[in-house]
Design a binder for this molecule. Sequence first.
Ligand code: ZN
Length: 535
Amino acid sequence: MKRTAVQLLGALVLLGAAFGAAPRIQTTPAFDLVFRGGRVVDGTGSPWVRADVAVRGDAIALVAPRIDAQAARVVDATGLVITPGFIDIHTHARRGIFTVPTADNYTRQGVTTIFEGPDGSSPLPIRDFLARVEATRISPNFGTFVGQGSIREAVIGAVDRKATPAEMDRMREIVRQGMRDGAVGLSTGLFYVPGVFTPTDEVIELAKVAGTMGGIHVSHMRNEAAGVLDSVRETIAIGEQGGLPTQLTHHKIIGVRNWGLSAETLKLVLAARARGVDVTIDQYPYTASATSLSALFPAWALEGGRTDVVKRLRDVAARSTIKATVVENIRFDRGGGDPKNVRISSCAWDPSLAGRNLAEITLQRGLQPTIENAAETAMFIVENGGAQGIFHAIDERDLERILACPLTMIASDGEVPVFGQAVPHPRSYGTFARVLAVHVREKGLLTLEEAVLKMTSLPASRLGLQDRGILRAGMKADLALFDPARVRDKATFDQPHQYAEGFAMVVVNGQVIFEKDAMTTARPGRILYGPAFVK
Ligand SMILES: [Zn+2]
């Protein structure tokens, strides 16, 4: 066999290398990845610039008007926007991340970092949870809060009483340990059992522990309907007296009688900031919320465990008192005034209910779909094992007012759905793409730069992430590339299992995780530990 000149030269090079004197015929490329000709929206809110972006290893190496140096791979980004990867500060990703470690619903809309443990609910201990996520090898980066509700449940149970001094000490210690294990702060869900049984003072005591360790506080507030103003005051007080940054999470105004109150909640937030309280907001861009169907129940009826709840529902007097609140909540609160506005998203004991609303299920049970009968249906479902629901009870004008506020960042409150399973809230698939499509391109409520800031540097600075959220040399190479004219959410309430469109490529820690409409085999996601993490 005849050797070609190239093969001969290669052999010589190898020979030279073996003797430590290789002639450097071919230099290693200066960069691993270069994006040419894109519009860089850097996450700071600055106007876009046309620039090339070079990546070396897991970091951005250079951003410059033109980069001609050799690269292992050059991507033509003409017509595309390049931004830092999106950071989602409020997700329930543990629902699904172990089954779908690529978290396609998030990564396919440019999300490169997700945070768990919101609403006062987190696995404990945090260290074991994060180790399990790390061992799963996921595509996006991952971090977590430690949940006050989970802590209270472990120490006191799901009961309505004050903590004893000894229990306070134990709860403080679990917060401390959670922060050492890598949590970024303390979350509360004062609407839920057992958070709802927690006096504000008790939350403040735990917030102080998280705060002295560099953590923040985020709250699913006690009441997002008629009591929303007091709840905002409480969230601010936790930050002010706890001595730490505080955040109104998935801020919304529920119930037609309360619509418009966002004008007042934002005033409270601005006034608090003016006196030095570090308070911020996050939000998803939909006019429906999603949570357990038992959210229609009074809190006292949910005290204790499932057997207690069922016992109350089988007691005639208790049942009729519960029903009065469920009726009230369908009429004026989360139920949106009409049983049609409450739809089951998933139901373990009867999966056929997923996708149907309370009016339909009530009719199916042979009853007229009045609010009273729908309340009976809701109690019937909870009695038989419960369900997750979607509640249409938010006004677009409140949504837009909150979104336009410079203190508001974007967060999905979503999960990692198994594609095609159940009928989940579309926010899991569409939150970020929807803001870019609807609120930037169609309505012009935000500029592209403002929207990207809300998805990148704003959550990064809130979380104390020093090396992500801004597209600049030296930062980690988490990047999203998309076509600003085509980007859109496709997921709807009827057909939620649809990925966002318009994204060309997504990079995490310098590795391409998504391109050409498909996930790659790379799983470069890292655990992002909080400020008090002890290895
Ligand atoms: Zn929540």
